[in-house]
Design a protein around this ligand. Sequence first.
Ligand code: HEM
Ligand SMILES: *[C@@H]1O[C@H](CO)[C@@H](O)[C@H](O)[C@H]1NC(C)=O
Ligand SMILES: *[C@@H]1O[C@H](CO)[C@@H](O)[C@H](O)[C@H]1NC(C)=O
Ligand SMILES: *[C@@H]1O[C@H](CO)[C@@H](O)[C@H](O)[C@H]1NC(C)=O
Ligand SMILES: CC(=O)N[C@H]1CO[C@H](CO)[C@@H](O)[C@@H]1O
Length: 353
Amino acid sequence: MAAPPATTCRRRRTPPLAALPPAPAAALLRLALLAAAVLCTTGASAAAGAQQLDVGYYSKACPAAEEIVRNETAAALRDSPDLAAALLRLHYHDCFVQGCDASVLLDSTPNNTAEKDAMPNGSLRGFDLVARVKDQLETACPATVSCADVLALMARDAVALSRGPSWPVALGRRDGRTSSAASCGELPPLRGDVNLLVQAFAAKGLDVKDLVVLSGAHTLGKAHCASYADRLYPSAGCSTADPALDARYADRLRMRCTMADGSSNGTSELDPGSCVTFDTSYYRHVARRRGLLRSDAYLLDHRFTRAYVLQAASGRYDGHFFHDFAVSMDKMASIGVLTGDQGEIRTKCNVVN
Ligand code: HEM
Ligand SMILES: *[C@@H]1O[C@H](CO)[C@@H](O)[C@H](O)[C@H]1NC(C)=O
Ligand SMILES: *[C@@H]1O[C@H](CO)[C@@H](O)[C@H](O)[C@H]1NC(C)=O
Ligand SMILES: *[C@@H]1O[C@H](CO)[C@@H](O)[C@H](O)[C@H]1NC(C)=O
Ligand SMILES: CC(=O)N[C@H]1CO[C@H](CO)[C@@H](O)[C@@H]1O
């Protein structure tokens, strides 16, 4: 019998099979995106009513902002590379629930249950690291850099530091003053079908390509048993284990996830063997019906997403995926942002001013 999937994310010393894109491609991509961003921002007009995000937003008020974020994030990931996944997921949850306004970071109050305490969204991690980075920014430039921008920058840096692409992040988001557990219903459903995923993304202005590309974020990190146990055991609505899951892989997962109700504490890597490296091996697992979550498996059920998965799984399109990911992240990072005199710049990310 095969060994159960590893519980800990180990950093790979050698590039995964057929994965790493040629470094020049990544460098070129950075240049091209940067050039595009510079063109766009110099062309942006301040005359328009709603203010735009801007790559150079802190260049005068806090020129060291990006370097501070990057340095702190790099130092943290050297000790705990698996925090990269946590940072990427925080930004995703922030943007899908009530816009990228750092509402995901707010604590509950006696009167209000915040997003972070919604179950079962409760496995979000990385709050302490975000708070440390924000403290450094407050020392350098008090009351200047929003928590929502910190999340966007840390997500980008987390991907880049995990050997993924990098891209310029447009800045100038402001922080919201509310956070509600109930709003977590805006997140794409874990169970349903691919059309529900497509709809959840469309509701945020993201298309089916963004869905399959951003799902590639599951190249990093782990999931708790509760998130996939219902695929392994016959359950209420279902008389067999999920037929969309490779049977031998399911056998291995059951060794870590022994309780049909998902109560075992085990976790499994979303991209086994490469869960701290940002690469296309996630798509190889999905293509072989070894996507861990139902939402990963659903990507094979739609003409476009299936074609994209199979193409990315071939290992010959890593540069394309990196480029696509940067583009889709930029779209996601502008969902429902507050700008201008909306919201506030929080001094502590977990409480409103
Ligand atoms: C398509 C809809 C999506 C669904 C249904 C979904 C669902 C989930 C679930 C259930 C987990 C495991 C949580 C746990 O058990 O601890 C997870 C983990 C994760 N998700 Fe997603 N997700 C989706 C899209 C995304 C997107 C768009 C991103 C980022 C761009 C993302 C980034 C991550 C990361 C990095 C992890 C690992 C977290 C960690 O290791 O702490 N996900 N996701
Ligand atoms: C970031 O780290 C580099 C290299 O260690 C260092 O030279 C630089 O001063 C740091 N920047 C900030 C703003 O801390
Ligand atoms: C809770 O609600 C009451 C009444 O609406 C309000 O006076 C109080 O300030 C609130 N407390 C907090 C911590 O928000
Ligand atoms: C799972 O973790 C919780 C909290 O850490 C602990 O109380 C519980 O005993 C653990 N359950 C098992 C089966 O190990
Ligand atoms: C992805 C996920 O688990 N979302 C849940 C977060 O919490 C809300 C409110 O409890 C649920 O409605 C979501 O399904």
